[in-house]
Design a protein around this ligand. Structure first.
Ligand code: GUN
Ligand code: FE
Length: 442
């Protein structure tokens, strides 16, 4: 077929080969068209140019005056925490014991995991998020349910079975041996199937024995191309716990280094209280630090040092961390990120923020060869955003003069109400004008 064409104001970010490090070139086409065929981008450019050569029977969706960007990428969230979100009054360790572990204990039931996966994926799409790094629970059933649903929708997803063999209720514990075996079975079943990738997922050092971390090391060695995801240095009580549980280690990061888990495509959630040595170790390993601002504020964990990460040469992403985090919206997440950085005297300009939500998070997940930009050959996942979605936004936009001002107000005032449509592999997977779940299945 001749594909499908989408017309809108296009915004994305290319790496700028003329510059180093975090440099990115802003690409903005005020009246642009992106042509999609077989789930990938065939071409992108000025509408006037593309209309001249577009076959007359090519379906064209006109999203003007809205903005079309690469679909948002959320590199860290927990599928089984959609009913933990907004639990009152605890810091990390108490929050886990009191709310999160009891809730996750229900996810051996496939029906529970299926309902949560469906809700989560619907909600991500309503917020313009098309790819995520996802923690399931320690139950195999939770991983099967999540991947099956994401696969049916054609979404690019990275997920894994949480490995945890101590310091949690029995219903959540695996063992070094079963954690290894079950992870391996799930890798063989799901990894590389369509757009699904498996992540080796030890929850965090406090819930794994040394034997389990050795099993993770073995898995990581057998599957060197896989993602790894875990938590690191989120909360001071957590850090003290690790210091006791791993007395041989000079700091938290060394525990993961010892077991070969600090490497490219290893995504460390939080990274708030890192020493200079730990930052150096993450940079040297090519690992990623993931900023989770709404979670860090909600759980009172601390302030992520984005400038410090960049100075150290660490790839940084930004994520919701549902359900320690409090919003599914990457716009809200960027807005809270702006405020966290403001408390430390740092700035997050609008272009940097949208770069992080798209190409930046794609790079942080090692997926920048497939998603995060609008360019021929890239996968056709998009979000269409309305910067005038609410009365407060319309009121503010009356006085906005530049694209950068508009984008900043969209971040600070926007949420799921700003999502006009979300596309997965070039198909409309969410449409603001339609009731939820009426869109045709893949
Ligand atoms: N550390 C270990 N598990 C978790 C979790 O589920 N959420 C957060 N925010 N931190 C963690
Ligand atoms: Fe988390």
């Amino acid at each position: 077929g001749g594909g499908t064409a989408l017309r809108a104001r296009l915004l994305w970010f290319d790496a700028d080969p003329a510059e180093e490090g975090e440099a990115r070139a802003v690409r903005y086409v005020a009246d642009g068209i992106v042509v999609v065929e077989n789930g990938v981008i065939r071409e992108v450019g000025e509408a006037a140019d593309i209309l001249r050569r577009l076959l007359p029977d090519t379906p064209l969706v006109d999203h003007r005056p809205h903005l079309l960007m690469p679909g948002f990428i959320d590199p860290h969230l927990h599928m089984p925490q959609t009913q933990v979100i907004a639990s009152y009054g605890a810091e990390l360790m108490e929050w886990l014991a009191k709310y999160t572990f009891p809730e996750e204990s229900r996810y051996g039931d496939p029906a529970v995991a299926e309902a949560a996966s469906r809700f989560l994926l619907d909600e991500l799409l309503a917020n313009g998020t098309t790819t995520a790094g996802v923690y399931c629970t320690s139950h195999r059933e939770s991983v099967d349910a999540f991947f099956a649903d994401a696969g049916r929708r054609g979404m690019r997803m990275v997920a894994g079975k949480v490995m945890m063999d101590r310091n949690a209720p029995a219903a959540l514990l695996d063992t070094a041996e079963t954690g290894y075996q079950q992870s391996k079975e799930l890798i063989e079943r799901w990894h590389g199937k369509g757009r699904l990738d498996y992540a080796i997922t030890p929850r965090f050092a406090p819930t794994s024995t040394e034997a389990q971390l050795e099993a993770c090391e073995m898995l990581a060695g057998e599957y060197p191309e896989l993602h790894i995801q875990t938590h690191l240095s989120e909360n001071t009580a957590e850090i003290a716990f690790v210091r006791k549980a791993f007395a041989w280690s000079k700091d938290y990061t060394e525990v993961y280094e010892r077991y070969g888990l600090v490497r490219p495509k290893a995504m460390f959630g939080h990274c708030i209280h890192l020493s200079a040595r730990e930052r150096g170790a993450l940079a040297a390993g090519g690992a990623t630090a993931v900023f989770c601002p709404t979670s860090n504020l909600f759980l009172g964990s601390g302030l992520f040092d984005l400038a410090g990460m960049r100075e150290a040469g660490i790839l940084a992403g930004i994520a919701t961390d549902i359900g320690g985090g409090t919003s599914y919206s990457m716009l809200r997440t960027a807005s809270e990120g702006y405020k966290v950085l403001a408390l430390a005297g740092q700035r997050l300009p609008a272009f940097d923020a949208f770069h992080m939500l798209t190409a930046g998070n794609a790079a942080a997940m090692g997926l920048d060869n497939r998603i995060g930009r609008i360019a021929p050959g890239m996968e056709a996942d998009f979000v269409v955003l309305d910067s005038h979605a609410t009365a407060a936004m319309r009121r503010r936009m009356e006085r906005v003069e530049t694209l950068e001002e508009e984008l900043f107000a969209l971040i600070v005032l926007g949420d799921d109400r700003a999502t006009v449509a979300t596309y997965v592999e070039g198909r409309r997977a969410y449409d603001r004008a339609l009731p939820a779940r009426t869109l045709p299945p893949r």
